[in-house]
Design a protein around this ligand. Structure first.
Ligand SMILES: [Zn+2]
Length: 320
């Protein structure tokens, strides 16, 4: 293998930043590592994406505790990926009453949560600091179908599944009074979009549904908080370009009858000039092309990644 598997060699710690976006909303960003969001309502706090482990969640909790001693009543999972959800246990001691997820996310945890946990930890060990503090899978306690509204005192909080993209269960959190949007991995900025479990065909329409909300501030799944309407549009355009270039490359490859390895090399010619420099691009691309190639071949429901499948694929694609 010419390159170390996935991101096992990525050990440089990232600096986290906790930024106030509005009267109630905060962004917890990490230089391209997974972000979280925080909403401080009248009666309690909501955390959007838990961080990867309970020990890592303590750092986010410390930021919240520097501002408020209200209970952290709600945890929202934007989707099922381990790196977003496995820190959930840390919020129990902080007053957590509900772990909220969409029906699609719940189904993905049932179907592939266990495999995903093992696969993600092996791919990128740095993202799972104190991995032994994870007690097991995170199970939602409240599952919604399309959308729900929570009033945190006077503050209206909408939790919505507006469409598929990064996964079939993608969930956003929206503050209509303040026009702040927490998008999860549906939107990325200055980082690659991981699409190994994606619904690439549906993704652009979901981004346009987000655009129609006219958010003034947006916390993406990775990358800096976008704090003006222009920056929000830039993030939506960036993500749309990434996922459409990827899928159209895979469709061209399939039309030409190329093998997966050939499709990978062809996709590079389309993607590298635009995205080769962004964070975790090399990590994501083999998984991304594998999924895009499957989807272009008609596989609607993403195949499950296991630790074994990960390594087999990596060896086939990233070797010289
Ligand atoms: Zn994800």
């Amino acid at each position: 293998m010419s390159k170390q598997f996935a991101s096992r060699g990525d050990l440089a710690a990232k600096k986290t930043t906790f930024t106030k976006l509005s009267d109630n909303a905060y962004a917890y960003t990490a230089e391209g590592d997974p972000n979280s969001g925080v909403i401080i309502g009248d009666d309690g706090v909501m955390v959007i994406d838990t961080t990867a482990t309970p020990v890592m969640a303590k750092e986010l909790i410390a930021h919240i505790r520097a501002i408020t001693d209200k209970p952290i009543k709600y945890v929202v999972l934007t989707h099922y990926h381990a790196v977003r959800v496995l820190g959930a246990a840390a919020y129990k001691a902080e007053g957590c009453e509900q772990i909220i997820a969409s029906r699609g996310t719940y189904e993905m945890i049932v179907e592939r949560g266990e495999a995903d946990m093992k696969s993600e930890i092996e791919r990128f060990p740095r993202l799972f600091q104190a991995v032994d503090s994870i007690p097991g899978l995170t199970w939602p306690t409240l599952v919604f179908e399309k959308e729900m509204t929570l009033f945190m005192g006077q503050l209206e909080v909408k939790i919505m599944h507006v469409g598929m993209g990064h996964t079939k269960g993608d969930t956003i959190v929206w503050l209509p009074q303040q026009k702040v949007l927490f998008s999860g991995d549906l939107v990325e900025f200055e980082a690659a979009a991981y699409t190994g479990d994606a619904q690439l065909e549906e993704w652009p329409a979901t981004l346009e549904a987000l655009r129609a909300m006219k958010a003034e501030k947006l916390v993406p799944g990775r990358g800096p908080a976008l704090t003006t309407p222009e920056r929000v549009n830039e993030g939506l355009d960036y993500t749309r370009d990434f996922v459409t270039t990827l899928l159209s490359s895979a469709r061209t490859a399939v039309d030409k009858g190329l093998s997966l390895k050939e499709a990978f090399d062809y996709t590079r010619t389309q993607m590298d000039p635009k995205f080769g420099h962004v964070f975790i691009y090399e990590h994501c691309l083999p998984f991304d092309v594998s999924r895009a190639y499957d989807e272009a071949n008609g596989t609607k429901h993403p195949r499950i990644w296991t630790a074994e499948r990960d390594k087999e694929m990596w060896g086939a694609l990233q070797s010289a």
